[in-house]
Design a protein around this ligand. Structure first.
Ligand code: GRG
Length: 306
């Protein structure tokens, strides 16, 4: 008889979140000036879903059992970059938000100047964390490539560029090819970091160049699905479950998947993306059982309530 073990996704998420949170607490434990580090810890250690870190760890583990351990510093660095982007995104000059992860936003607690600087420091700490904490067993050329790709995913051709275009098309400015423009914004603002997460996890675990391309593409698909879900939740969610203010997109007259396509077509797009994601994972040639965590994370990105 073949023994089958049922995958417990809830248990998986809880244990990996604990692993990531413990390492984040360690990497952010001490530092001076104390106010700066307190502000950094306030945002990074607040209860986020950690989906990007989990994507990184699950991708490593899909390639090689236990490889998630060598990916922990990178997974934590991703969460530092993500927290930085949330701190900056919430500032009055950008989204001007008061609530994040169910708590007052960083600048509401520490002031705008400190929030800006905490974000800057987190950006650099992320790079330092990968360089200094990735185990010596990993070839330094791979570590360098991981740092370089993270910088690219975060910078002008990734998250920052996407955010700049997001601002450019906020306030009712509608480009002619609006769905293409929005697709490009979502891919850079959200997809570049999720694609980095899956790519980096697989690369650190020793995947082939072809597999790395599939992991990267899977992260892009998941990022787009995640952001379309975000657009939907802004319309259908409430502040208690979301932990942030809903209705901000419509209030700012933002270009979103829902504002262009409506709710039903946005939901249909998510179904398509789920299938595309599953097909992309299958192309890695990795046995299905080792891909269950990534498939479940794709489902979580789409079916989440916050
Ligand atoms: C200064 C390098 C630099 C970048 C800042 C502000 C900015 C440029 C980019 C904004 C990027 C951004 C906030 C994208 C939105 C992505 C998104 C849907 C965030 C919500 O992520 P969740 O739901 O949050 O995973 P939790 O709280 O669960 O971690």
């Amino acid at each position: 008889m073949v023994a089958t073990t049922k995958f417990d996704f809830e248990e998986y998420v809880a244990s990996k979140r604990m692993l990531v949170d413990a390492h984040l607490a360690e990497y952010l434990a001490t530092g001076s000036p104390e106010l700066l580090w307190e502000s950094m810890r306030y945002s990074v250690l607040s209860p986020g879903k950690r989906i990007r870190a989990l994507l990184c760890l699950a991708s490593a583990q899909a390639v090689k059992e236990d490889a998630h351990l060598v990916a922990i510093p990178t997974a934590c660095a991703i969460e530092m970059i993500h927290a930085m982007s949330l701190i900056h995104d919430d500032l009055p000059a950008l989204d001007n938000d008061d609530i994040r992860r169910g708590k007052p936003t960083n600048h509401k607690v520490f002031g705008e100047a400190n929030a800006l600087l905490a974000g800057d420091a987190l950006l650099m700490l992320a790079m330092e964390t990968i360089a200094n904490h990735t185990p010596a067993s990993i070839d330094r050329s791979i570590v360098l490539k991981v740092i370089s790709e993270l910088a690219r995913a975060t910078g002008a051709s990734g998250m920052v560029g996407g955010q700049v275009d997001d601002i450019a098309f906020t306030g009712g400015k509608i480009p002619a090819n609006k769905l293409d423009v929005l697709h490009s914004i979502h891919m850079r603002k959200t997809g570049s970091l999720t694609a980095f997460s899956t790519w980096a996890g697989s690369a650190l675990a020793g995947s082939s160049a072809e597999q790395q391309n599939h992991f990267h593409h899977f992260g892009e698909i998941l990022g787009l699905a995640f952001q379309i879900t975000d657009d939907l939740l802004d319309v259908t969610g409430n502040i208690e479950t979301l932990g942030k203010t809903p209705g901000k997109d419509a209030e700012a007259n933002k270009l979103t998947w829902v504002s262009i396509e409506g709710i039903d077509k946005s939901k249909a797009k998510l179904v398509d993306l789920k299938h595309e994601g599953q097909e992309t994972l299958a192309k890695t040639g990795i046995e299905k059982q080792s891909l269950v965590a990534l498939e479940s994370l794709l489902q979580l990105a789409i079916e989440r309530a916050n």
